[in-house]
Design a protein around this ligand. Structure first.
Ligand SMILES: Nc1nc2c(ncn2[C@@H]2O[C@@H]3COP(=O)(O)O[C@H]4[C@@H](O)[C@H](n5cnc6c(=O)[nH]c(N)nc65)O[C@@H]4COP(=O)(O)O[C@H]3[C@H]2O)c(=O)[nH]1
Length: 483
């Protein structure tokens, strides 16, 4: 886990430094429409990033969310990237993004802000404590720390001192110290306290085994092994028509549950898979699992659809079309029940993307643009590609009803979608206020925790059975399975 936290940190810093370089190279007139549009597009397409601000003399003159002056609170510089170009500081989000604490990456006049909450999402194991500190032991983020301050003490000693009553693991990188602690005695403590003799006698064997285990259990190797042993599973998040209350489909989302029952979030392991060329096997696993688990339900309910996330290379190579044929289509699912979600990141090679999406569209699949941002280039893509559905990213839904500057952006996105005759799906709907606003604007397809979180297939069957108009879906699926 300590290694995973550092991996997330390093991948995030690498990705965001590249974004800041891109902004500097673009050299656009500060705070003009094009400049704000580019900052917004980069923010929306980068899950880790909450906001980019353009700063002069400690004042932000504009940000991804528009114009408007605001002052940064007291910031503390805590380190620099190895090339010295980007510095890290503990900072604050702007008032329109909620004002919480943030890690800022600063390069020239740009400040990229990442909410500290982002790093907390790494684990879902309640007893695990985790912390990230600067290389000299100053805590930056702590997760689940206990009142005895054990985690903070361990971080200050850079993990050199073993805190009684905990198992602890520490990983050092040139910039960071990452620590994971678990209460109670574990295997290592048992060996150390009770069986010193055994430890010495077996030391050589133990170290050899540990060496092999450590080599095998880098996060990358664990992910590879998890894909091979199908340790990853798929959860399904319902998509609801809020006018009729019916569940019209579901989005398939990958989940990784490790052998110690820790859940790892996709926005951590997917970048790791991308960096290690593991995305193709991951997509194959997704499609196989969805065909097995949801195939009968979809076959029996022609009106129900499944939304699948494709990654950039799935789109540029077109390889995924063959995999779809051999999995979902063989299982009797109709192409129009399959929505392929693609993000703007897939359009780096726009010509290959256009060819693949056109082929997919011609075969009857529905093309959805995911995590849609409102930059100028987005509109350009929308007009030139065979797109049917626009999935409005949750970052545009969250500000609805808060009075934040960014809350107006959603209105323009909806108008744009309507003018292009696209079906709109709002993602990340959490409150009734958001749902009412969307209904008033004519957006009927919604997805979010207000209705349901992503769930395993068995719970999806129960969910469908409980919905008044959708009970027939589950019943029909059971009949189909029985045949
Ligand atoms: N705060 C909040 N969040 C909500 C709410 N409703 C849904 N979400 C979360 O929003 C994400 C929606 O998926 P996405 O934008 O496609 O974003 C996905 C997608 O880009 C990627 N991903 C997940 N599964 C796959 C996959 O099978 N293949 C590929 N290529 N990417 C995947 O990982 C991203 C994150 O997935 P998840 O962590 O499952 O996070 C999911 C979902 O759990 C809500 O009301 N509030």
């Amino acid at each position: 886990m300590a290694q995973l936290l550092i991996t997330r940190e390093e991948l995030t810093v690498e990705q965001i430094s590249a974004i800041l370089n891109q902004l500097s190279w673009a050299n656009l007139p500060p705070c003009g429409n094009e400049h704000i549009g580019l900052m917004r597009q980069l923010t929306v397409n980068t899950p880790a990033l909450d906001e980019i601000a353009y700063v002069t003399d400690g004042l932000a003159t504009c940000s991804s969310w528009g114009e408007g002056l605001y002052e940064f609170g007291e910031e503390a510089v805590i380190g620099r990237t190895s090339d010295g170009q980007t510095s890290f500081m503990l900072s604050y989000m702007s008032p329109s993004s909620g004002g919480g604490r943030a890690l800022a990456l600063s390069q020239g006049p740009y400040r990229a802000l990442i909410s500290l909450k982002y790093f907390v999402d790494v684990i879902a194991e309640p007893k695990m404590q985790m912390g990230l500190a600067t290389h000299d032991g100053r805590p930056v983020i702590t997760i689940g720390s206990s009142p005895d301050g054990a985690l903070e003490k361990a971080l200050l000693t850079k993990g050199a001192v073993q805190i009684p009553g905990y198992q602890q693991a520490v990983v050092n990188s040139p910039q960071w110290i990452s620590m994971a602690m678990y209460p109670g005695g574990g295997f290592f403590q048992y060996l150390r306290t009770e069986h010193d003799g055994l430890l010495i006698a077996g030391g050589l064997v133990f170290l050899l085994t540990l060496g092999i285990w450590m080599r095998r259990s880098s996060p990358r190797d664990e992910l590879r092994a998890a894909i091979r042993s199908e340790e990853l599973s798929v959860h399904y998040q319902p998509i609801i028509n809020q006018r009729s209350g019916e569940c019209v489909g579901a989005e398939a989302l990958l989940r990784w549950r490790q052998s110690d029952n820790t859940w790892i979030q996709p926005d951590l392991f997917i970048p790791m898979a991308e960096a290690n060329r593991l995305m193709a096997p991951l997509t194959d696993l997704l499609l196989r699992t969805v065909a097995n688990e949801m195939g009968p339900l979809l076959k029996a309910n022609p009106e129900l659809h499944i939304s699948l996330n494709l990654y950039a290379e799935d789109v540029s190579t077109g390889r995924v079309l063959g995999v779809l044929e051999n999995t979902l289509i063989v299982a009797g699912v109709r192409p129009r029940q399959i929505w392929l979600e693609v993000t703007e990141r897939s359009f780096m090679d726009i010509e290959s993307a256009r060819t693949m999406l056109q082929q997919a569209h011609d075969r009857g699949y529905i093309i959805a643009i995911d995590d849609f941002g409102s930059g100028y280039s987005s509109l350009q893509y929308l007009q030139s590609l065979p797109v049917d559905v626009l999935k409005v990213d949750k970052s545009f839904i969250a500000p609805i009803g808060t009075g934040a500057v960014s809350s107006h952006v959603i209105y323009h996105i909806i108008e744009m979608g309507k003018s292009l005759n696209l079906v709109l799906v709002a993602e990340g709907v959490e409150t009734q206020t958001q749902a009412n606003y969307l209904a008033d604007q004519g957006v009927s397809l919604v997805q979010g925790w207000l209705y349901a979180k992503a769930m395993p297939i068995r719970e999806l069957h129960e969910f469908l059975g409980q919905r008044p108009s959708a009970g027939r879906l589950a019943a029909a699926a059971s009949r189909a399975e029985a045949v």
